[in-house]
Design a protein around this ligand. Structure first.
Ligand SMILES: Cc1cc2nc3c(=O)[nH]c(=O)nc-3n(C[C@H](O)[C@H](O)[C@H](O)COP(=O)(O)OP(=O)(O)OC[C@H]3O[C@@H](n4cnc5c(N)ncnc54)[C@H](O)[C@@H]3O)c2cc1C
Length: 470
């Protein structure tokens, strides 16, 4: 069948996007008997958006198994979420996500996805996070295979460029493929087209010039086009446009799509300074899985959006090896020169930090007693003097993973309109609505949980919506 043949058929459901959330929706809807068309902006080789970069998904469970160590009760998950978001979450939607995360283990396996134990050093997530065997690409291949077997049609390099919506009801979409525009009508619509993190111009509206220095960890295709269309058509927005999942990544990473290997996990083991060789945040505030996703924003707020992580020989083997080797030097001054930092200022900062470190037993697996006294900012845990050469350093840049400004939804994944009413036939899942749950902060693995839960709910709702009288 040619693409025009596929476009010219009637569908119950049109899904914008081709990542995890879209496929969870497509499979669920197809299993409920609906005909489904998925339009994915990327070419086939790059299908799957940010989901293809992922490794794991955070799931609640009452008992460990041969892959997940120990139980992870919903209450503990909820406490973790409350801590990282500072309570900025929609409690109903968040609790629903966490409660139903228990189902994902079985559900994903039924779609052909396989799991594996976490690799050592992967942010200590063996108890809480289910790792996809083969990573995000293997997960997506399994989901695409299952979707195809269920009759779901997929068109690549096809972008939703306009939506025809009146009074909260979806009628049709314009889909652009190879310069041609196809009108697609469907009884319901699922928006699963990611955030706007790859749209530097849009990020600049909130971050100004600083956005030019951001690196985008994932797909260049998440430009927020569908989000923008919806927000322009009486859909309620949710979330602070400046909040996002942003990690401090290696400053030498490519502008787009560098993926997981550009992340650096060394921050809790040393200090981080800005271009003035000054520390600016507590590097040992909490365990890295709970705090790593704030560091991108912290670096984004520094002059020229650059920072440097400095460690010594005692710490160099404590975290996942980095893809780019660190700069190395026998003295702090020599290291400073490699980063064009003022050598004397960096020496002063390191010495002040070293003097503030209190003696204690270092243990990176617990909130240990190694902290500073009298340093500004403090370092709460894992504070050890940086004195053992060679010294190592990594340049850091803000690595934007995904944005939190999105569309407001209800517990049925229905998109909420300006009049506070849910649309009868428009649904959203994944990054495009993650801001309902994540007002700020991030918990490793919850992105895929949100997308999977609301993808399934959206797919179910969209399949039922087709039976609703006009
Ligand atoms: C490097 C990296 C590692 C990550 N690791 C993890 C992890 O281990 N665990 C975790 O939970 N989360 C992780 N995340 C976050 C996770 O990727 C997201 O939360 C999740 O993938 C979002 O899924 P989604 O389906 O909403 O979006 P995506 O998977 O990004 O899919 C969106 C899709 O929409 C398409 N699209 C965009 N615009 C249009 C348009 N106009 N028309 C049609 N299609 C369009 C894009 O091409 C894309 O395929 C990671 C992200 C990155 C970048």
């Amino acid at each position: 069948m040619t693409d025009s043949d596929i476009f010219n058929q009637p569908y119950d459901i049109l899904i914008a996007g081709g990542g995890n959330a879209a496929l969870c929706a497509a499979i669920t809807a197809a299993r409920a008997g609906a005909s489904v068309l998925v339009v994915e902006a990327a070419p086939k080789a790059m299908r799957g958006g940010n989901s293809r970069h992922t490794r794991n998904m955070r799931v609640a469970h009452d008992a460990g198994n041969d892959i997940l160590t120990g139980p992870y009760p919903v209450d503990e998950y909820w406490d973790d979420l409350l801590r990282v978001t500072g309570g900025q979450t929609d409690e109903q939607l968040a609790r629903l996500t966490l409660d139903r995360s228990k189902e994902l283990w079985d559900w994903h396996q039924q779609q052909g996805v396989r799991f594996q134990p976490s690799l050592s050093g992967t942010l200590s997530l063996g108890r809480t996070n289910a790792f996809f065997l083969g990573g995000g690409k293997a997960l997506l291949n399994a989901l695409y295979l299952t979707a195809a077997a269920l009759g779901v049609q997929v068109i690549y390099e096809a972008k939703v460029t306009d939506l025809n919506i009146t009074e909260g009801v979806f009628h049709s979409a314009q889909v652009q493929k190879e310069g041609e525009v196809f009108p697609i009508t469907a009884a319901s619509f699922v928006a699963a087209a990611g955030g706007f993190e790859a749209n530097i111009e849009w990020l600049s509206e909130y971050w100004g010039e600083a956005a030019q220095n951001f690196l985008i960890r994932g797909t260049p295709y998440n430009r927020g086009e569908v989000l923008r269309l919806l927000l322009n058509k009486q859909v309620q927005a949710i979330g602070d446009p400046k909040q996002c999942h942003a990690v401090a990544i290696d400053g030498r990473a490519p502008k787009f799509d560098g993926g997981i290997v550009t992340r650096l996990d060394c921050v809790p083991f040393g200090i981080v300074v800005n271009k003035h060789a000054e520390r600016f945040y507590d590097e040992g505030e909490d365990f890295w899985p709970k705090r790593y996703a704030i560091w991108g924003r912290l670096v984004a707020m520094q002059p020229e959006q650059v920072a440097y992580a400095i460690i010594d020989a005692r710490s160099v083997d404590l975290f996942m090896p980095s893809v780019y080797p660190p700069e190395q030097a026998n003295t702090i001054e020599e290291l400073a020169k490699k980063f064009t930092l003022d050598p004397q200022r960096l020496r002063t900062t390191v010495e002040a930090f070293n003097a503030a470190c209190r003696p204690g037993t270092f243990d990176h697996t617990v909130h240990d007693e190694c902290h500073t006294e009298g340093a500004t900012p403090p370092k709460s845990h894992w504070a050890r003097p940086i004195i053992t050469p060679p010294f190592y350093g990594y340049p850091l840049r803000p690595g934007i993973t995904f944005t939190y400004l999105g569309v407001k939804i209800d517990a049925e994944a229905r998109i909420i309109m300006h009049d506070n009413k849910p649309s009868p036939n428009m649904f959203a899942a994944g990054e495009i609505m993650a801001g309902n749950v994540l007002g700020k902060g991030y918990l490793a693995g919850i992105g895929m949980t949100i997308g999977s839960i609301f993808g399934r709910i959206a797919g179910q709702g969209a399949a039922q919506a087709k039976h609703r009288p006009e």
